[in-house]
Design a protein around this ligand. Structure first.
Ligand SMILES: Nc1nc(=O)c2c([nH]1)NC[C@@H]1CN(c3ccc(C(=O)N[C@@H](CCC(=O)O)C(=O)O)cc3)CN21
Ligand SMILES: O=c1ccn([C@H]2C[C@H](O)[C@@H](COP(=O)(O)O)O2)c(=O)[nH]1
Length: 283
């Protein structure tokens, strides 16, 4: 939690204003942030200086792992975060590749589970990684990437946390996640949780201990309309200790994740937080 607040303070103190054409809203921006999460000791990185909706963040991750491409599928598993990008962004609404209400196109999990090969077949990146890790193999390329520049025009948004590298050292599994663009008040609150859960969950289904998750961010920003709430409210609060995450031990395979797992298979204990803050969202 301290590293999150440190990054927020750094943006407030040292950030530079950058115009953003896609949203029309300027951002106070810094380049390069490194965060890490202690999954081994179950220090769940949930924000405590405001109320955090961790179940929606986990549902979003489950949707990525299942290869969802519709905001409706995300809503059905308890996550509304894709409604705006699928249905309220003019560039996407006017894109001839959009297949109608709620369509997100070829983003995130679509690439992760069904990367299109030149011969017309598809590659399931996630299944390959899980299979190798289950068999104790780390070929130094246990990478899942959602970043497919050749298909950007087929999706509503370029993936932000776009690449996940798993590494095995002995029987301990590590994760390094890369993010190109980060909305620190809103998105990072979710992305921290997702890095942690991705490592904990993959360790559980591949039979390894979880080590640390490393989270590398290129462009970290606060939108102009979020700045006052961050500087004058959230940053004046003292954080509480990290809560713990409990994952249903019955989750044993990728197939479980694809078929019956829900956000309620994840429970947090020891979460103490300050009042909710509603940050504005730029579409
Ligand atoms: N500008 C922007 N920021 C983002 O963080 C973001 C995007 N766009 N587009 C794609 C996804 C969608 N994400 C989102 C979207 C909404 C919330 C959000 O509204 N969070 C609220 C309430 C969550 C809830 O009630 O479930 C929050 O207070 O955290 C968070 C992440 C993250 N990504
Ligand atoms: O997981 C996510 C998804 C998105 N974001 C944020 C980062 C930016 O503020 C926007 C995306 O805008 P681009 O113009 O495509 O960079 O969404 C996030 O923080 N985390």
């Amino acid at each position: 939690m301290k590293q999150y607040l440190k990054l927020c303070q750094r943006i407030v103190d040292e950030g530079q204003w950058v115009e953003n054409k896609r949203t029309g809203t300027r951002c106070l921006t810094v380049i390069n942030a490194d965060l890490e999460y202690d999954v081994a000791n179950n220090q769940f990185p949930m924000i405590t200086t405001r109320k955090s909706y961790y179940k929606a963040a986990i549902a979003e991750l489950l949707g990525y792992l299942r290869g969802y491409d519709s905001a409706g599928q995300f809503r059905d598993i308890g996550c509304k975060t894709w409604d705006a990008n699928a249905n309220d962004n003019n560039a996407w609404l006017n894109n001839p590749n959009r297949k109608g209400e709620d369509d997100m196109g070829r983003v995130y999990g679509v690439q992760g589970r069904g990367w299109q090969r030149p011969d017309g077949s598809t590659l399931d990146q996630l299944a390959k990684v899980i299979n190798n890790l289950k068999n104790g193999i780390d070929d130094r390329g246990e990478i899942i990437t959602f970043y497919n520049p050749g298909e950007f025009e087929l999706g509503c948004l370029r993936p932000c946390m776009h690449t996940h590298t798993f590494s095995l050292l002995g029987d301990t599994l590590y994760l390094t996640s890369y993010q190109r663009s980060c909305d620190v008040p809103l998105g990072l609150n979710f992305n921290q949780i997702q890095c942690f859960v991705l490592l904990a969950l993959v360790a559980q289904i591949t039979g390894h201990k979880a080590g640390k998750a490393y989270h590398k961010i290129a462009n970290a920003h606060i939108y102009e309309n979020q700045l006052e709430l961050m500087r004058d409210v959230q940053l004046t609060r003292q954080p509480f200790a990290s809560p713990q995450l409990k994952i249903n031990p019955k989750i044993k395979s990728l197939e479980d994740i694809e078929t019956w797992v829900t956000r309620d298979d994840f429970e947090v204990t020891g979460y103490q937080c300050h009042e909710a803050i509603q940050y504005p969202f730029s579409v």
